[in-house]
Design a protein around this ligand. Structure first.
Ligand code: NCD
Length: 317
């Protein structure tokens, strides 16, 4: 896209420069829409935009897509990456606090992306440094860059991010990707169908937020009846690592398994999404369906993260 930036895009870029990305709640609906149009500008080649800049990627929890797509985005913009993918080899293993780690590493980098098992850790990290911090997932709380790539994928597939009927299925209790996207899609004006067994329902504080937004939502455990009504089916993994009692995980681990036959009961336009990794909640026989959008999501992650890195670094042209 080579059209000049609009004043609204310029204003948002100015606002994001030097700032953090901690939660989808920091954006107004119009800002989310503007951000998606800015992201589209990063489909092309932007080599050299972040030459000489260094991203510190501090991952205290497992990751494939989030970490590697940030690394790829940084490399494609000409910048460098330092960090760790396994906190066991960092000084955290010796008992160093997150705040101390940030204070040290800020001398070596220009911005951070952090993933950490504790809710609120990204905010705590941002408070410990004046450099921009991107939340790459904080416990069960938020995963804002995942949400942006989810919204971007919905926009590219369905042409809009509003007035859709979006079903969220699986672990709505612990899943941060679901928590962020539920909030954002409600803000943008969509009908939400929250599909989960009783023990994995969306926590009350998130429901309360939907009520504050006056959002349209319903809760059910019945997936087969929901599918034919949906434009988007957002499937999530049961978050085994967040269960206090492994027995409770065993009880629900296979609660929803979606296969091609189930997906084919959906509307023609239905798309099936998943932040990945999947365990067995989507059968591989769905992969060849034109409705499967989850590999697109992972691909779009690089474009989205290129845009976010450039925006926070104030390197937009
Ligand atoms: C998600 C996460 O880490 O929250 N993965 C991702 O970033 N794509 C989803 C998950 O782990 O289930």
């Amino acid at each position: 896209m080579s059209e000049p930036w609009t004043p609204i895009e310029r204003e948002l870029a100015e606002q994001m420069r030097g700032n953090d990305i901690i939660s989808v709640r920091q954006f107004r609906p119009q800002e989310l829409r503007t951000l998606l149009s800015i992201i589209e500008r990063f489909e092309g080649d932007q080599a050299g935009l972040l030459r000489g800049k260094v991203l510190a990627a501090l991952f205290f929890e497992p990751s494939t897509r989030t970490r590697l797509s940030f690394e790829s985005a940084m490399a494609r913009l000409g910048g460098g990456v330092i960090g760790f993918a396994n906190a066991g080899i960092s000084s955290a293993a010796k008992g160093e606090t997150l705040q101390d780690t940030i204070r040290i590493v800020e001398n070596y980098c220009d911005l951070f992306v952090i993933r950490h098992p504790r809710e609120g850790s990204a905010r705590a990290a941002a408070n410990a440094t004046s450099l921009p911090v991107i939340n790459g997932g904080d416990g069960s709380n938020q995963h804002p860059t995942q949400t942006l790539l989810d919204l971007y994928t919905i926009k590219r597939r369905l042409g809009r991010t509003t007035q859709l009927r979006i079903g969220f299925v699986g672990d709505l209790k612990y899943g941060r990707a679901a928590h962020s996207l539920v909030q954002a899609t409600a803000m943008l004006g969509n009908d939400l169908v929250l599909i989960a067994p009783t023990s994995l329902r969306l926590p009350k504080r998130h429901i309360a937020e939907l009520d504050v937004l006056n959002a349209s939502y319903e809760e059910t455990a019945d997936l087969p009846n929901a599918i034919p009504t949906l434009d988007v089916l957002y499937v999530t993994r049961i978050q085994r690592e967040r269960f206090a009692d492994p027995l409770n995980y065993e009880r629900v681990k296979n609660v929803y398994q979606i296969n091609r036959a189930a997906v084919d009961t959906g509307k023609n336009e239905l798309i099936v999404m998943h932040p990945l990794p999947r365990v067995n909640e989507i059968h591989p026989d769905v992969d060849a369906s034109p409705r499967a959008a989850y590999f697109d999501q992972a691909k779009n992650g690089v474009t989205v993260r290129k845009a976010l890195l450039a925006l926070l670094m104030g390197a937009v042209r």
